[in-house]
Design a binder for this molecule. Structure first.
Ligand code: F6R
Length: 667
């Protein structure tokens, strides 16, 4: 996920060089979040000096060191593009800066400022390129912004700004529209312009803006994506995560969802979008840098589990923004005309990605009524390639670099099939070997065990299945609209699931997950059962536990139990049963009764309103009552936490399980 850092200080104590150093140091502390390009803009001597670079921060630093006026840098002051800049109203004499923080409001005189913003970008909309790197700027090059998240309605806003203001856009990103929108609302007060822009923006995002016309001000806005203020003496920081400024200050103020923050060297004001001032205490964080990188969580895996609501929001929000249908405009060469001609799909991938593909298969069959097969890539690549034109082969790979998946995709392409990559990494090999790409937009995943990339893969497969259902006319319009609405609300449902089974302070597993882990963490074997799409959840739950706890697990189609695995059951064997709503739920309940009768400890995953399960299970891991085809995505989350809780109790390093690599680039 992208990283934001902003700084505003007093220019009598700080110069532009130090601002750059602080911003660069802040970005380095955000490197763990993953990025493909970076940039910094600093207000200096009456213009904005902006430097952006593709690649890592060393590339950006080299450009900065080469002199900020070297190629690839821009200095504002003269309009960069044809359109007229909004009339600047200098705020040099403005009285400002009100201190919130529960200490009352204090007016301070404006002083010359040293101000800048920086960003690390993880591409979602638009290629990895210098033009698409942040900061973005308006046509007059007076307003610069750094943005995280997604602006859902950017196309409508962009078209309007071009038509009405003659705005000239220079990137392929959704983020750039924010700079133009703020500029269009600018009448001498950046905070007012940001509030006006905020009122028009849909999506989930956080951004920080600065204006050449008010060099002593930074204004940030938060809608879902995090934004945190770091309070210094005569200088203030703002960032998407605490590590960005931890070396400078430990005093923080949290900007909450739906708030605007105005930073000046001497004070910080937090307001509602309508401008009403809010009180916010200044808190002191006692994290070390390692804890800070993990967002205060004990491990990356736990942090990434908690990031799943945001990650899925990134994956689905703009694609479901209409509320009536799915937009997959970013799929590349595989446009709707090609997708509507597809009559068979084959999905391939490895490990967790294979399980996401399996969930996708059920959705494609159920909703789009399209013949869909699936095979693990290491097998598929060596099978006779009975595919050709009219077939779509989907390579599922979060890294985009898994050797077997890449080979399977290439074999299919050579045989004449269209190939779609579902991946998390822009520019990865899979994107180059495919005709089209669907990005999962989960942000960088550091924990070796895939969590947030998995739920995003599943979410994206749901979107694809709905798109094909629409194109093939296999779903009533009302049903399509209902499911699009439910997918749009998935992030909230994910947050609900996580909140129900984690401690609000530490984020550690709690409630029913903790009880199940406490009872069974010393078990030598776990059996996982599921049917239909719930089978994929069972397989993924078993893999997660196996990977991080080293407990032997088996996952089976519940109907197969009597054909062998039932022999494994003893008094107290833990059996996890995915019993979410489905047309085969009654059969799953019978399976639960069968294993319970043999003394198994049943841990069931079931919908909130389903109380039939309680009589047969020791623990029920509840998920919200969403559409039955979507429940399995939610069902995987308590199972991730169960695996995590058991591994923690066994004292294991969940982020680096033995023998496993995050990316498997060899066969
Ligand atoms: C399990 C896990 C692996 C990967 C598999 C494929 O938690 O992470 O099973 O899913 O190695 O990796 P990608 O998706 O990068 O192709």
């Amino acid at each position: 996920m992208c990283g934001i850092v902003g700084y505003v200080g007093d220019s009598t104590r700080t110069d532009a060089r130090r601002v750059r150093e602080l911003l660069l140091a802040g970005l380095r502390r955000l490197e763990y979040r993953g990025y493909d390009s970076a940039g910094i803009s600093v207000i200096e001597d009456g213009h904005i000096e902006s430097v952006r670079a593709v690649g890592n921060l060393d590339a950006l630093q080299a450009k900065l060191a080469a002199g900020t006026r070297a190629s690839g840098t821009r200095a504002s002051g003269a309009p960069a593009a044809a359109a007229a800049a909004p009339a600047p109203a200098s705020a040099a004499t403005e009285e400002a800066a009100e201190e919130a923080g529960g200490q009352g409001a204090v007016a301070v005189a404006t002083r010359p400022a040293a101000t800048g913003i920086g960003h690390t970008r993880w591409a979602t909309h638009g290629r990895v390129s210098e033009e698409n790197a942040h900061p973005h700027y308006d046509s007059g090059d007076r307003v610069h912004v750094v943005v995280n998240g997604i602006v859902e309605n950017y196309i409508a806003l962009r078209d309007r700004l071009i038509a009405e203001q003659g705005s000239v856009f220079t990137s392929e990103t959704d983020a750039e529209v924010i700079a133009h929108l703020i500029a269009s609302h600018y009448h001498g007060d950046l905070a007012d312009a940001v509030r006006a822009a905020y009122a028009e923006l849909q999506g989930h995002y956080a951004f920080v803006a600065m204006s050449l016309d008010e060099p002593e001000v930074l204004v940030g806005a938060r809608k879902e994506c995090p934004l945190i203020v770091g309070r210094g003496e005569g200088e203030q920081f703002v960032a998407s995560a605490v590590p960005a400024f931890l070396a400078q200050t430990r005093r923080v103020q949290y900007v909450e969802n739906g708030e605007i923050v105005v930073l000046r060297p001497d004070g910080v004001t937090i307001t509602t979008p309508s401008g009403a001032q809010l009180q916010r205490p200044v808190e002191t964080v006692d994290w070390d840098e390692d804890t800070a990188e993990k967002g205060g969580y004990e491990t990356f895996m736990l942090k990434e589990i908690h990031e799943q609501a945001d990650a899925v929001a990134d994956a689905v929000s703009d694609r479901t923004a209409s509320g009536t249908h799915v937009d997959l405009n970013d799929v590349g060469a595989l446009d709707e005309s090609i997708l509507s001609g597809i009559d068979r799909i084959l999905i391939t991938g490895c490990g967790t990605a294979y399980h996401a593909g399996l969930m996708g298969r059920y959705a494609l069959e159920e909703w789009a009524q399209i013949r869909t097969e699936i095979d693990v890539a290491s097998e598929y690549r060596y099978r006779r390639q009975l595919v050709g034109p009219g077939d779509l082969v989907i390579g599922m790979t979060q890294s985009g670099e898994t050797a077997d998946t890449l080979a399977a995709m290439r074999a299919a392409r050579e045989a004449g099939a269209s190939v779609l990559a579902v991946t998390n990494v822009v520019g990865s090999q899979a994107t180059r070997d495919a005709d089209g790409v669907l990005y999962t937009r989960a942000g960088l995943e550091i924990g070796v065990a895939a969590t947030k990339t998995f739920v995003c893969q599943v979410a994206v497969m749901y979107l694809l299945a709905l798109k094909l259902a629409e194109l093939r006319g296999t779903m009533k319009r009302a049903t399509l609209q209902k499911l699009v609405g439910e997918i749009k609300r998935l992030p909230r449902a994910i947050a609900q699931v996580i909140d129900a089974v984690t401690d609000p302070d530490s984020g550690e597993p709690a409630g029913a997950v903790e009880l199940a882990a406490e009872r069974d963490w010393e078990a030598g074997f776990f059996l996982y059962l599921g049917r239909h799409i719930g089978l994929a959840v069972a397989l993924e739950g078993a893999l997660k536990l196996k990977e991080v706890s080293y407990i032997n697990t088996d996952a089976y189609a519940a109907g197969e139990m009597k054909h062998g695995p039932i022999a494994l059951l003893e008094q107290g064997t833990p059996v996890v049963v995915v019993a979410t709503d489905s047309p085969v739920k009654d059969k799953v309940v019978s399976n639960i009764q069968e294993v319970a009768a043999r003394g198994a400890h049943v841990i069931a995953v079931a919908a909130e309103s389903d109380r039939t399960i309680d009589a047969h299970a020791q623990q029920v891991l509840r998920i919200p009552d969403v559409d039955w085809m979507l429940q399995p995505l939610l069902g995987t989350i308590p199972l991730q936490l169960l695996a995590y809780a058991i591994a923690s109790k066994r004292g294991l390093d969940v982020d680096r399980p033995r023998n496993l690599a995050k990316t498997v680039t060899v066969e």
